[in-house]
Design a protein around this ligand. Structure first.
Ligand code: NAI
Ligand SMILES: CC/C=C\C[C@H](O)/C=C/C=C\C=C\C=C\C(=O)[C@@H](O)C/C=C\CCC(=O)O
Length: 261
């Protein structure tokens, strides 16, 4: 499906999963803004993508998503440059059990802020044309590990927030679809940080248990996650969905039991 004329903003777009979905979006003829903390990575990524897709199709904005004003400016710059915003992927995330407040700030608070900023630029409640938002959670929300308790909490929070906002979008007639995506282990630099005491603090001693899970459940490639994201973007029937991507079941969806009285 062509996304010609559509504009996407991807946080954490310079590496890993975000880089993979940026590539897929450009392959589908969307314009893409990569928002990332890492200036060197972002500029290198933009140069590569300009060479592959031609200049003028992607932009890199250096921004710490934990800085609300900077994130707001990134959204404004996106609309200023491309004239509209249709797709927002709140993907940036870290795992740091030492600086766990930072983990909450990046993985949850910034996803909430990014969702609200996206609605300011896409929702009919603001007189805009509609759009779609993907918030990135993790299978850690279904299979917790003692290795990363706060990371696990943030990913649970992303799902709860996303499902609640999807209901708000329906009741408020926002015209915006909002979905969550929960990858299992994915072969990116983030996954390598499982070894780092600087990241994992006292919980690093549980890393072998985590690595056994990786061996048991397998490790995915970022390209499959990008495929899942493209499905959430293009399948207009999906709203309030919790997509799970695992080695055993591939791309599938979590089903919630209806609440009984
Ligand atoms: N790699 C994995 O096994 C899994 C990752 N995820 C989630 O997928 C998302 C992407 O993760 P990966 O691609 O694996 O990570 P990664 O570390 O490979 O890439 C993350 C990107 O986000 C950027 N970033 C980090 N903090 C930022 C900040 N404060 N502001 C702006 N940019 C920032 C980094 O510079 C990097 O380019 C995260 O939310 C992560 O929790 C979910 C399940 C599995
Ligand atoms: C330092 C590592 C950082 C992030 C890695 C990632 O975010 C953490 C993932 C944690 C758990 C992954 C679990 C994977 C599970 C599977 O692959 C499933 O096949 C296991 C089977 C059932 C899960 C329960 C369910 O599907 O509801």
């Amino acid at each position: 499906m062509s996304l010609n004329g559509k504009v996407a903003l991807v946080t954490g777009g310079a590496q890993g999963i975000g880089r993979a979905v940026v590539q897929s979006l450009l392959q589908s003829s969307a314009k893409v803004v990569m928002v990332d903390l890492n200036k060197a990575l972002g500029e290198e990524c933009k140069a590569q993508l300009d060479a592959e897709f031609g200049e003028g199709n992607c932009t890199f904005i250096e921004c710490d998503v934990a800085n609300g004003d900077a994130l707001r400016d990134a959204f404004q710059s996106t609309v200023g440059q491309f004239g509209r915003l249709d797709i927002v992927i709140n993907n940036a995330g870290i795992t740091n059990e030492k600086d766990w407040e930072k983990t909450i700030q990046v993985n949850l608070t910034s996803v909430i802020k990014g969702t609200y900023l996206a609605l300011e630029h896409m929702s009919k409640e603001y007189g805009k044309q509609g759009g779609t938002i993907i918030n990135v959670s993790s299978m850690a929300a279904f299979l917790h590990s003692p290795h990363q308790p706060v990371y696990t909490a943030t990913k649970h929070g992303v799902i709860g927030f996303t499902r609640a906002m999807a209901d708000a979008a329906i009741q408020g007639d926002y015209g915006v679809r909002i979905n969550a995506l929960c990858p299992a282990f994915v072969d990116t630099p983030l996954l390598q940080s499982v070894e780092d005491e600087d990241n994992m603090g006292k919980f690093v001693k549980f890393k072998d248990d985590f690595k056994r899970s990786m061996t048991k459940f397998g490790v995915l490639q970022p390209s499959l996650i990008a495929e899942g994201m493209m499905r959430l973007i293009t399948d207009t029937s999906l709203h309030g969905a919790v997509m799970k991507i695992t080695c055993s079941k591939g791309i599938h969806f979590h089903t919630y039991e209806p609440m009984s009285a």
